[in-house]
Every structure is written in C-alpha cells, then in structure tokens.
Design a binder for this molecule. Structure first.
Ligand SMILES: [Mg+2]
Length: 166
C-alpha cells in the first residue's frame, strides 16, 4: 500500500470550521472577489497550508458540495478533492444522527479518519464507535470562532498517536 493510501482521511466541513459565524461584520467586501457571497470574506487564506500540513487525505463533507472545490478551495490554495455525497433519500434518518456520519464511516472503510465539524453530537460519536473499526477523531469546532490554534494542536496530537506503535 502506498503512503498516500495509508494517510488518514480528513472529512472537513466548511460552515463553522472554515467560515465562522461569529466573525465581526466583514469590511465592505471587494465587489470583484466574493462571487456574490459575503461569507467568503470570512475564509482565512492561510488556513489551507495548515490543513495540508496535517498530512491527511482531505474529503469535503459539507453542504457546499462541489462548490467546495469551485469556490472555497481556490481561495485556500487547496487542490480539488473528493466530496462526500448526500445519503440516499430512501435511507431512514436516525434521530440525532448527522446526515454525514453514516456516509463518512462507509467512505472510510475502516481507515483512520478525522472529522472536523461544528455539528458533531453524542449520537454521531456512538455511531462511529460502533460502526467504525479503526481509529477516529470526531472534533467539534466552535462555529463562532472557526478553526483555531488549539484545534490544530488537538488534530496534530491525535495524528501523532497514529504514527506511534501502540
Ligand atoms: Mg458546519
């Protein structure tokens, strides 16, 4: 197996982690650079390099869907990455389970993964613990602030434990 194939997955949400809701009103947006969406002004362009530095294989897990690649990734200097699909409409929704949880566990297929999101709850943690045989870190980000230094420390510390023999 190649080094790339063995890299842990990073399922990454956008609204909350990358676009914090609690930002002060952005300055008058540059009319040419917001694609009509003022939320994009809240993206921190420097965060792309920090995400790449984690050494994970990134998968977008966001309602932005393909716009994650078209609109968000270029602003962060990130390459195109796969996008987690919505689950099939005929799958029964489980009360309290996030729509992303089941598909991302299936995607991982037992491979180690990190999930960074502002909407992770107790039911998601229980589901992953029961359904995912490999290591997983479900990391909830404060949507008022977005990804902070302390979040990156948590992620790098956890990823370092994967590299160590137990
Ligand atoms: Mg979110």
């Amino acid at each position: 197996m190649s080094a790339t194939a063995e890299r842990p997955l990073l399922f990454l949400d956008i609204d909350g982690p990358l676009i914090p809701f609690g930002s002060p009103q952005p300055a008058a947006p540059a009319a040419s650079d917001d694609d009509g969406n003022p939320l994009l002004a809240r993206l921190d362009p420097g965060i792309g390099a920090r995400l790449l530095g984690l050494g994970c294989s990134l998968v977008w897990a966001t309602t932005w869907m393909e716009e994650a690649n078209e609109v968000v990734a270029p602003r962060l200097g990130l390459p195109r990455r796969p996008v987690l699909d919505w689950p099939e409409a005929d799958e029964p929704a489980l009360h309290g389970l996030h729509w992303k949880t089941r598909p991302l566990v299936e995607w991982a297929g037992g491979r180690p993964f990190v999930w960074v999101d502002d909407e992770i709850g107790a039911v998601d943690r229980q589901w992953v613990a029961a359904a995912h045989p490999g290591p997983a870190l479900l990391h909830r980000v404060d949507p008022a602030r977005g990804l902070q230094d302390s979040d990156f420390r948590t992620l790098t510390d956890w990823l370092a434990t994967l590299a160590r023999p137990s």
